[in-house]
Design a protein around this ligand. Structure first.
Ligand SMILES: Nc1nc2c(ncn2[C@@H]2O[C@H](COP(=O)(O)OP(=O)(O)OP(=O)(O)O)[C@@H](O)[C@H]2O)c(=O)[nH]1
Ligand SMILES: [Zn+2]
Length: 219
């Protein structure tokens, strides 16, 4: 087992995403070749009980590997770099910035089955603001890795906090986990909510209430 872990040289996610000002590269693994990845898909097709050589499946390993490049593309993205550009000319604006209902698709690290939902992100700027789309890009960067919802929520808050040094960050993630709906306990329509607060949001419960009210206010 140790040998397998060493050969993968996987960086522990908690080490990769500890709060710090140091640049945090995405977790790295020694990648197998595309051919090896396609062979693994063929094995899984046989394990599922089908014939990988039948016409409808012959191109499937190629397609799956190509799809993995996109849905797990977050391993090759650097969330810190996304938040690099700060706009300081905002007439001294320093009140809350809330971007809500950011849709995302991720995969749970336990079953490699999708979970999907929305993220809501707020921060109190200290020195300028970031482009709004960058917050959605940060969500995608972490969503496009194998995740737990809790880890993803903490990683989003952590990178905004440590790169922008805002007065506070609030992140809420709401999601449905297909590993609970399609298999196992088989409960559909269950939503899981996770939150992470830093700075003023952590210290002041009224700030948490403000965040939650703005997230929920649909007028
Ligand atoms: N905390 C947390 N749990 C998750 C997440 N995604 C999936 N899970 C859970 O991970 C657990 C894995 O439990 P195990 O007992 O190791 O695996 P299992 O036998 O497949 O569990 P069941 O899903 O209950 O059949 C399950 O309870 C899943 O619901 C997540 O993002 N956060
Ligand atoms: Zn799961």
């Amino acid at each position: 087992m140790d040998a397998v872990l060493k050969s993968l040289s996987v960086r522990a996610p908690e080490a990769a995403d500890k709060r710090s000002d140091a640049p945090r590269p995405a977790p790295v693994t020694e990648r197998p070749t595309r051919q090896e990845a396609e062979a693994a898909v063929r094995t899984l097709l046989r394990w599922a009980g089908d014939d990988p050589d039948r016409e409808g499946l012959i191109e499937t390993p190629k397609r799956v590997v190509k799809a993995y490049e996109q849905i797990f593309g977050g391993y090759r993205q650097d969330a810190d770099a996304i938040l690099d550009r700060v706009f300081e000319e905002v007439e001294g604006y320093s009140d809350i910035v809330l971007v809500r209902d950011i849709p995302f698709h991720s995969h749970c690290e336990h079953h490699m089955v999708p979970f999907m939902g929305h993220a809501h992100i707020a921060y109190y700027p200290r020195r300028g603001v970031v482009g709004l789309s960058k917050l959605a890009r940060v969500v995608d960067t972490f969503a496009r890795r194998l995740q737990t919802q809790e880890t993803m929520t903490a990683q989003i808050a952590d990178v905004i906090d440590s790169v922008l040094h805002p007065r506070g960050v609030a992140v809420m993630v709401e999601a449905e986990h297909l590993c609970m709906a399609m298999r196992g306990v088989q409960k559909s329509g269950v939503s899981t909510i996770t939150t992470q607060f830093t700075g003023v949001f952590k210290q002041d419960p009224t700030e948490q209430v403000r965040f939650l009210t703005l997230v929920r206010d649909r007028r």
